[in-house]
Design a protein around this ligand. Structure first.
Ligand SMILES: Cc1cc2nc3c(=O)[nH]c(=O)nc-3n(C[C@H](O)[C@H](O)[C@H](O)COP(=O)(O)OP(=O)(O)OC[C@H]3O[C@@H](n4cnc5c(N)ncnc54)[C@H](O)[C@@H]3O)c2cc1C
Length: 317
């Protein structure tokens, strides 16, 4: 069985960027990837300097080639469990390795793990909404706002987060409607603020999103009324893809966007052999940030291994 220096969960921008630093540090690295990057629903990517308007797949394919050139191996598959492997050292037991299991039954061992497995966006359960996700149902004004500027824009959501989203979308068009789907989260002050810049508020529950191919065309309300729209901005609830770490009991923290793995500035978790980076513990991270943070986590992981190697060398005289 191959002994890896580092196994990376996920070949998205965060995982590939971490792998680049590690490959260039002569580390033996395996990336396991299940092929479901968060932005796979979108044909074009924006706000990514040097890749403006390119397909997300183009960046990932180029990244795969770049890390392969430094000897990083990439395998298709799904990591299902990570466990500690302890070896008795003198009187104390120490964790020298992690055991990583894949869905196909393969088991491998590694000195360090980088978790870069991203998240799933759980959308409101409204017929027609998910079918247009990434094309004309959108989440981020910086990623896809310019393409729908000056059009009839809807913001659809049930929480105060959508108040902020509606204000950002107003920068892109003077025709913005906030649909609250029957949930009463707007107080008088928030209402006055939205209406001061002509954002309409519709509080009737939404029955269905209607469309023509990739294009949303109308929002149908539960009272039967139909309102024309060109694009809908909404926010999915993040489901962080870290379930394979469950048995390790890592420290977590509550954030406004859910419960996430707690990490330091380099991405190190409460476990000395595990880093986590990208969307897996931060909902707001976009592609450029994922690349930057991944690069930091890759360097941090290499530094941890370097320290361990010097400690062992000194201890053995
Ligand atoms: C519709 C949409 C459009 C977007 N457009 C933009 C944009 O234009 N510009 C921008 O900057 N950002 C955009 N984003 C955000 C962007 O998707 C994220 O910032 C980025 O994907 C985060 O990178 P990541 O590496 O953390 O995770 P991901 O890119 O999601 O990669 C994680 C990888 O880990 C794999 N994985 C998960 N679990 C396992 C497992 N157990 N075993 C093995 N592999 C696993 C997944 O299959 C995936 O390949 C968009 C997001 C969405 C939803």
């Amino acid at each position: 069985m191959t002994q890896w220096d580092v196994v990376i969960v996920g070949a998205g921008p965060a995982g590939l960027s971490a792998a680049l630093m590690l490959g260039r540090s002569k580390r033996k690295v395996l990336i396991v990837d299940s092929g479901l990057p968060r932005n796979r629903f979108a044909n074009h990517m924006h706000g990514v300097l040097g890749y403006e308007g390119e397909s997300p797949q183009t960046l990932l394919e180029k990244g795969r080639q770049e890390v392969a050139d430094y000897g990083v191996e990439i395998e298709s598959g799904e990591i299902t469990e990570v466990r500690e492997l302890t070896t008795p050292a003198d009187e104390e037991e120490s964790v020298d390795q992690l055991q990583v299991s894949l869905a196909d039954g393969t088991v491998t061992t590694t000195r360090m793990l980088i978790v870069a497995s991203g998240l799933n966006d759980r959308l409101l359960d409204i017929p027609g909404l998910a079918a247009h996700w990434g094309t004309t149902v959108l989440h981020c004004p910086y990623c896809h706002g310019w393409e729908v500027r000056d059009k009839k824009l809807a913001v659809l959501g049930e929480s105060v987060m959508n108040l902020h989203q509606a204000q950002l979308i107003r920068q892109l068009s003077d025709n913005v409607t906030l649909f609250t789907n029957g949930v009463d989260f707007i107080d008088d002050a928030a209402r006055a603020r939205l209406e001061s810049r002509n954002i309409r508020i519709v509080s009737e529950p939404v029955a269905e999103v209607l469309g023509d191919g990739d294009q949303v065309t109308e929002i149908k309300l539960s009272n039967g009324k139909v309102i024309e729209v060109d694009a809908i901005f909404t926010g999915g609830m993040p489901e962080y893809r870290d379930e394979f770490l469950a048995s390790l009991d890592l420290e977590r923290e509550e954030t406004p966007m859910g419960n996430v793995l707690k990490v330091d500035q380099l991405g190190k978790t409460s476990h000395p052999r595990i880093f986590a980076v990208g969307n897996v513990n931060a909902h707001h991270v976009n592609v450029p940030l994922a690349i930057g943070l991944g690069s930091f986590a890759g360097a941090g992981t290499n530094a941890a291994l370097v320290t361990e190697e010097f400690d062992l060398a000194e201890a053995s005289g």
